[in-house]
Design a protein around this ligand. Sequence first.
Ligand SMILES: Nc1ncnc2c1ncn2[C@@H]1O[C@H](COP(=O)(O)OP(=O)(O)OP(=O)(O)O)[C@@H](O)[C@H]1O
Ligand SMILES: [Mg+2]
Length: 329
Amino acid sequence: MLEIKGLRTVFPTSKGEVVAAKDVDLTMEPGQIIGLVGESGCGKSVTMLSILRLVPHPGRIVSGQVLFFGEDLVKKSPLEMRRIRGKEIAMIFQDPMTTLNPVFKVGEQIRESLRIHGIMSEQAGSWPWGARYRLQAERDKVIQLMEEVGIPSPQARYHEYPHQFSGGMQQRALIAIALACEPRLLLADEPTTALDVTIQAQILDLLRRINETHGTGIILVTHDLGVAAEFCEEIVVMYAGQIVERGPTDEVIQRPLHPYTRGLLRSIPRITREKRKLEPIPGVVPDLANLKYNCAFYDRCDAALPKCEHDELELRDVGGGRLVRCVLY
Ligand SMILES: Nc1ncnc2c1ncn2[C@@H]1O[C@H](COP(=O)(O)OP(=O)(O)OP(=O)(O)O)[C@@H](O)[C@H]1O
Ligand SMILES: [Mg+2]
């Protein structure tokens, strides 16, 4: 369904060029759920925005391909992209309150996404429906969508404004907007980060149900390896703009290969009998405009060797569906 090859997205800054996505390769089958994890600033959002060609100015994609069912999205015209966004590939953005428009009723905002892509008029075909009937059909569909994402009393809440919705309900409304056109791929950028743990679990349940009933492929972006482990079949770990490890979830959790993944695992709390100290990864994500070593993780790595400084690094296939970018393998 999706095949990203050698994607490179850069931001020119006063300190030099920041390579926010550095030769990203990623493949995904229809209906799959993939978790993209990594610390803040490692390029997760930029990679998602690159897929939809929504990288904010002055950032730009300098090379690579984003094949969606074999068609390269990097080469599409702005008009073609507008048709694909929302209809074929939808995205849920990081912060619900800034994505919903505060001055429009929530129901109307969901209806807007149906209208833009002409969903109801398509289904109505050549029926001699007046505009009023179509409006009613669209409203019915919106109510049905609101029900599906678990917004209680949708008839009444259709007419409410975003500020009357709680954080969790706003997120559900955004998911309804994303689902309106039944996209084949859903990019969910930290959809639960702003929510408390109970609501977080409900939203993840909802996403899983959508995946099961509609076969929607999902890329879940999260900085929380624990969330990705529970929710995704495969985990992709990103560091400093690069994918450093990929593999089936159970394998990655039980036998992490890259020292960065091992560090991430040691820093998440787990309920076990034995007391275990949480170990943060020492240091911080390096300045992307000024990378000193060939391996961006070199100066934080507990397994670093002298050759890590200079040796060429590629994402290597180590068998069993696992890929890792590290000289140790
Ligand atoms: N508008 C911008 N201008 C300049 N640099 C940017 C811009 N947006 C992103 N970047 C650079 O791209 C890098 C990756 O940013 P991105 O938003 O993809 O991180 P992220 O992994 O999504 O982090 P978070 O978990 O905080 O959302 C940042 O470290 C930053 O250096
Ligand atoms: Mg982000």
